[in-house]
Design a binder for this molecule. Sequence first.
Ligand code: AMP
Ligand code: MN
Ligand code: MN
Ligand code: MN
Length: 323
Amino acid sequence: MRDAAPKATWADPPRRRAAAAAAGRRRRARAPLVDLHSHTRASDGSDTPDELVAAAARAGIGVLAVTDHDTLAAAEAARALGRRLGVEVLTGCELTTEAEGEVVHLLAYGDGLAAAGVGARYAAVRDGREARNRAIGRRLRVLTGVGYEDAAALAGGAALSRAHFARVLIARGVARDVADAFERWLGPGRPAYVAAPGLPLAEAVAMVHAAGGVAVVAHPGRLPAITRDRVLAACVEAGADGLEAWHPQHDRDERRRWAGQAERNGLLVTGGSDYHGSHKPGIALGTGAGDLAVPVDAVAELRARLSAPPAPAASPRRTVTSG
Ligand code: AMP
Ligand code: MN
Ligand code: MN
Ligand code: MN
């Protein structure tokens, strides 16, 4: 399996990691940044693939993964421009999956995803998403007067998400802010909530592995606290390869805690800004809300797993330990 843990681990306090890395930085003012989670207009971001990669180059990103929701449509264009601008672009996507009754976002990485038909398999999921957005619109129309067409007009061709409905609710004075919109109408258990369709998590993980790819549970801190341990145990059982510890929605302590939990379970640790361009104001490539720093080691570990042969279908799985 994997080698013994390095001396300074990602679970260590930032100061210790910084000291450990200081020697390597003496001659370079700024090491290239890493960002393994970003969106384009192929899903719900505001940038074209070219705009995203150009922005990454300006931001000093050395390795960027493009991870649109349920589609690989932006990957090729992004990689092509990345080659010209000196940004290494990794092919990825953020798959909508379901485990233990919860929606789980699963980051898939790997050059073989498209050829293995992952994008095609997810076409049905994307169609289901359209039906779901219309259902949300019907409910909201009755409740607030805001409908599907209002959110679609705001999205302007980008993949529609609840974030668009929230923005219309704010613009119409129905909700104070995004949090209010989700608490009153759009969040799980609220009257306009309709779950996003997805593949069973185990099926998605198997599909990613069959493509020679790696599957990482996105922003685990966003899973509902009450079912989190059960959902994560199901993810590990299904063969998920890693946890996304570095994410703007995890605070400093959570980032360390998720990194530690991943390492204790022999899982990969990844991270990224979850950049959506102007659709998520205040989130920058590489640095997120300003304090994100994905260790470059994350890329090396990811690469090592990508180049490894696909795991056997019925490999014995670890049991997850939380804490
Ligand atoms: P959807 O993919 O349609 O389910 O919408 C997901 C998007 O809604 C996410 O990318 C977030 O931007 C936003 N979102 C989901 N839950 C919340 C929340 N509790 N508060 C604020 N924004 C949220
Ligand atoms: Mn999104
Ligand atoms: Mn997500
Ligand atoms: Mn995302």
